[in-house]
Design a protein around this ligand. Structure first.
Ligand code: CU
Length: 295
């Protein structure tokens, strides 16, 4: 915990990293307009931006804490949904903001996976997955159109990076009516995407706390499919834990060999997880879901 453990070059490196962070924040603040400038100054020395003593030069990432999406507020930021009540089967406007500790709307976000804001919606029974990219208005409000065809309680995840720290804040959406909740699908190594592509998952034995390599291969009518880049990678994967819908941070990896889409994921606990893979082919995004047993 003490810097005394560090050698002089390590100290210098840590100092340089701190300077880089501070100058980065200052540059952001300098480029900002209006109240955001004040916001930048106020948080330039915030604890979250200082490199950890044990950080070892890693950029701040969620790798050390893979579970996210259980809280509506974290690290001084809070997710505020304008109206969390939606009508079943109607396309409705969904508006939300990220506010800071003073209640001011945050307007600046880092680009992650080619976007500044990723919105994930899933019903509590892990059905009805949607991945949306809302538009940001000048005042910082994010809006998107969304249609939820089934009644029930949904989790809304706002996945973003702010000042170099990745965050996933989550809250509930309600769709009134009788909900026909479904049990989690059994674990199988093959599944069919919403557009009719066959997808195979090779994960091997997955143990809690150990990095697992998830490899997905896509075929159509028995022929291998070379997927197109999607959000700056071979595909996009969201993993949600059965029971509390904890949101796992997953890193795309180089596929290695063949046409597989690869991800590295560390599942924090035993249990069942629902994996939502999205990939693109012939300009269309496909979604396919798997149940992964860990333990
Ligand atoms: Cu996204």
């Amino acid at each position: 915990m003490s810097q005394d453990h560090l050698s002089t070059p390590a100290k210098l490196a840590a100092f340089a990293a701190l300077l880089a962070v501070l100058f980065g924040a200052a540059a952001l603040a300098g480029a900002a307009i209006g109240p955001e400038t004040e916001d930048g100054r106020a948080t330039a020395g915030h604890e979250e931006e200082k490199p950890d003593a044990h950080g070892g030069g890693h950029e701040p990432s969620a790798a050390a804490d893979p579970v996210r999406g259980l809280a509506v507020a974290e690290g001084g930021l809070r997710l505020v949904v304008e109206d969390p009540e939606l009508r079943r089967g109607r396309t409705e406007r969904l508006a939300f903001r990220i506010v800071d500790a003073r209640g001011e709307t945050v307007r600046r976000f880092d680009v992650e996976h080619t976007k500044r804001m990723h919105l994930i919606v899933a019903r509590r029974d892990l059905t009805g997955f949607q991945h949306l990219h809302p538009e940001q208005a000048g005042d910082g409000t994010w809006t998107t159109r969304v249609r939820l065809d089934d009644a029930g309680s949904y989790r809304l995840f706002a996945d973003f990076s702010h000042r170099g720290t990745a965050r996933t804040l989550a809250t509930d959406l309600r769709v009134d009516g009788a909900a026909a909740l479904r049990p989690l699908a059994a674990a199988r190594s093959t599944a069919v995407s919403d557009g009719g592509y066959d997808v195979r998952l090779d994960a091997g034995a997955v143990r809690p706390g150990k990095e697992a390599n998830l490899r997905f291969t896509v075929t159509k009518d028995g022929a291998p499919v070379q997927t197109e880049p999607y959000l700056g990678a071979g595909g996009h994967l969201v993993a949600l834990r059965d029971g509390d819908l904890a949101f796992l941070h997953v890193h795309p990896t180089e596929a290695g060999h063949g046409d597989a889409i690869g991800f590295a994921a560390t599942f924090p606990t035993e249990g069942r997880y629902r994996l939502f893979l999205q990939f693109q082919h012939e300009g269309r995004v496909q979604t396919v879901a798997f149940t992964q047993v860990v333990g």
